[in-house]
Each structure stands twice: as C-alpha cells, then as structure tokens.
Ligand binder design. Structure first.
Ligand SMILES: NC(=O)c1ccc[n+]([C@@H]2O[C@H](COP(=O)([O-])OP(=O)(O)OC[C@H]3O[C@@H](n4cnc5c(N)ncnc54)[C@H](O)[C@@H]3O)[C@@H](O)[C@H]2O)c1
Length: 390
C-alpha cells in the first residue's frame, strides 16, 4: 500500500530530485513540481538532467514507483506533505535575496489547505521559517510547519540522504512526529532543534567548510610566494597526524552554496563575521592570484591559454558560480586567447580536450575531473594546477 502523498516544489532541482526519488523508492506517492519544463521532459524520458550518483538507476525505475513530474501546482492541493526545495540566492552585493523565496512562496499559498504540513528544505536566512509561520497564520491556514535542512554534498544526494542525520525543527509536536516518521524511512538518526537553531546549524555547516577551504587556499598562496611545495607540506602535516586529518586540499571553492551561505551568515551577524569575509577574499581571488603568479615568469598577452574543466566540482556537470569562469574572464582581460573545455558539459563555445592540448602552451586545471588524470602533458606546456591534481 502506498504511503503519504507528498509534493516537492522545486522538485527537479539538485536537492528536490534526489529527495523525490529517495522518498518514492520508499513507497511514498511523490509529485515533483517545478517550473523547469526542459528538465521535466528529460526526466520523463529517463534522461538524467544533471550528474548525480545513483540517480540514473532510480530514473530508469520510475515506472515502478508512484512518482510524477509536472509544472501543475494543483497537485499541491492533494498532498499531505509539501516540501519546498527552492533556491535561496544572494544578490550581486552578497546580500540574501529574500524577495525570490517569499515571492515563490506567495505563489504556493492559493494551493494550500488546512491540515497539510510544509517542510522547508532550502537553506534559508535565519528567521525565514518564523516569517513563513506568520504568513500562514495571517492567511488563517492551519498548517504544520517544519524546517528540515538538506545537508547533502552536491552529486552525492541519493547516497547521503540515507547516511546523514536529519535535523528537524517544527512548529508543534504533531508536526515534529510526522516529519520524524517520514525521515526515519531514510535515516535512523534524527536531531530535534527549534527553527532558528536548525537554520543557523545549516549555515554554520557550509560556512565551516568554506573557511576550511579558504585556509588551505591561503596556505597554498603562501607556499607559492615562498617557492615551497604546498602538497609536500600538506602531506607532512597530515601523515599519521589525526589532528590535521580533515585539512582540505587547495583549489577553487565555488558552487551555489558555500559562498552564498557564508554571506548569509555574515548578513545575519550584521556584517561582523570578519572570518567569513576574509575567507571570501581568499577563495574568490584565487584565479587572480594564479594569473599574477604565472605572470612573474611568463608573458601571457596574446597567448593561447586553455582551461580544462569548467564545472565547480570534480566529476560533476554543475557550473553554478564556478570560479573557472572567473578565471576565463580575468585571462581575457589580460589579453589571452582563452579556450575552455569540460568533458561533462556541452557548450558551443567550448572546445575538446584534444584541441586544448594541441593549441595551448599554458593550460589551467579549472576543475579536476578524474579523467584528466590520464592526460600526459607535453613537456613544453605550462600546467597551472592549484588542486595538487597533476
Ligand atoms: N545543491 C546542493 O547540493 C544543496 C545542498 C544543500 C542545500 N541546498 C539548498 O537547497 C536549495 C535548492 O538548491 P538546489 O541546488 O536544489 O537549486 P536548484 O536550482 O538546482 O533547484 C531549484 C529548483 O527550483 C525550481 N524553481 C524555481 N522557481 C520555482 C517555482 N516558483 N516553482 C517551482 N519550482 C521552481 C527550479 O527550476 C529548480 O529546478 C537552496 O537553498 C540551496 O542552498 C543545496
């Protein structure tokens, strides 16, 4: 017998889709609602809309599950549970963009009815859930509200949904128990907090990661300035030394979450979060550092330069906020003729790996996809690799 009817708003996004299939595979009746027609059509044809481990197998099995993909908000009315996995961006000044989330929420309101439960799963600015609670109250909607943050790492959602503990904050005990019952189908580990604690926990998690990457990147730049090998030092630090075992590698710290959430935390702390700003300065200026370092020994004006890998993360096809594009822009500003390539991305402006290897005397590793490890670079090619990859 099928379990509860669930709809997921933003249901074909990077958070929504793995959640939809994970719940459907546990026999929930799931409707993924999204404005992205193209992605919906792809999924219906059993084509992966983005790289995600374990999702290909689930998409193929969709006919055996009670799952559907639609743009139609009317399905919300029929659902007992409404997940919201919409994006929560920051603006061009690094401030949280509240309007997008609340405007989207307003569109959902006409389809809500008493007795439903809303589970917010987007990463939100602290206080957002309380604001949503007030909006529901004002509309006289008797709806249980929960904020249950998603903490998956992009591309690993299907696996991590069943491995990570789930934080649940809810408006009342009944809603908490219902959420716990649903999530226990995915993970046995549940943590109970209030709204604000859950919201801040999520921001702390991402900000902590972003700061760790920034430290690694700053150490990397120190090593470059002093002509030292960062990788050798990193290995020496970490070898059989548990206190340094989570010290990250250097490389572009980018993507749709880490910088955004660090800046949300900064806005929340009334811009007193100076560590966050320092981390942003280190991570965001790494492309410029690499170019300046290169220019110490090489003329780059009018030179053909290649970038291998444009995604923000290895073995992934997501380009959101990828620093490889910032690198491209800066190189062009320096007068280079830039060729971009990525084995996982189709873009008419990109060229093949082969073309880059045959054309460019300087090649940057923009994203360390495993496949690039096999490349044997010619001796006369200068490879710029901030990842310790080659
Ligand atoms: N990507 C990750 O790994 C990750 C991990 C944890 C948390 N988060 C958080 O989860 C949230 C979603 O991130 P994401 O990466 O899944 O974003 P995404 O852009 O991949 O997905 C959002 C989806 O919402 C859809 N959408 C936009 N407006 C809509 C509307 N009005 N109605 C219906 N659908 C609409 C988009 O078409 C898209 O498919 C963000 O707050 C993010 O910070 C992301």
């Amino acid at each position: 017998m099928l379990k509860t009817k669930i709809s997921i708003i933003g249901g074909v996004g990077h958070v929504g889709l793995p959640l939809a299939f994970s719940l459907a595979s546990k026999k929930f009746d799931v409707t993924s609602i999204d404005v992205d027609k193209k992605k919906i059509e792809k999924i219906k044809k059993k084509v992966l809309p983005f790289k995600e481990k374990g999702l290909k197998e689930l998409i193929k099995k969709q006919d055996k599950m009670s799952i559907r993909f639609t743009e139609n908000y009317n399905f919300i009315k029929k659902s007992k549970i409404v997940f919201i996995t919409l994006g929560t961006p920051i603006d061009e000044y690094f401030n949280p963009n509240f309007a997008i989330f609340f405007d989207n929420f307003e569109k959902i309101i006409p389809f809500l009815r008493n007795g439903q439960t809303i589970i917010l799963r987007s990463t939100v600015y602290p206080g957002t859930t309380r604001k949503i609670e007030k909006i529901l109250k004002k509309k006289k909607l008797k709806i249980g509200l929960a904020f249950c943050p998603e903490r998956i790492s992009q591309g690993n959602g299907v696996k991590e949904l069943v491995n990570l503990p789930q934080i649940i904050s809810a408006s009342d005990n009944k809603t908490y128990n219902l959420c716990a019952k649903i999530f226990r189908n995915l993970t046995p580990n549940i943590i109970k907090t209030n709204f604000e604690e859950a919201e801040v926990t999520k921001l702390f998690c991402n900000t902590w990661r972003y700061l760790k990457f920034a430290i690694a990147n700053q150490f990397y730049t120190i090593c470059k300035d002093k002509n030292l090998n960062f990788e050798v030092i990193r290995n020496a630090m970490m070898y059989k030394y548990d206190r340094a075992k989570d010290f990250p590698k250097s490389g572009f710290a980018a993507g749709p979450c880490l910088l955004k959430d660090t800046m949300q935390l900064s806005a929340y702390s009334r811009q007193l979060f100076t560590f966050g700003h320092s981390a942003m300065l280190v991570n965001e200026t790494l492309p410029e550092f690499l170019i300046n370092d290169l220019k110490k020994n090489k003329k780059i004006y009018n030179v053909k330069v290649g970038i291998l890998g444009m995604a923000f993360k290895a073995n992934n096809d997501d380009i959101r906020d990828s620093l490889a594009f910032k690198l491209k822009k800066k190189l062009e500003y320096e007068g280079c003729k830039v060729y971009c390539s990525d084995i996982y991305l189709k873009d008419r402006n990109f060229v093949s790996t082969k073309k880059i290897l045959n054309t460019c005397k300087i090649i940057f590793i923009g994203c360390p996809h495993d496949q690039y490890k096999k490349i044997k670079f010619k001796k006369n090619i200068k490879v710029v690799d901030c990842w310790g990859f080659i």
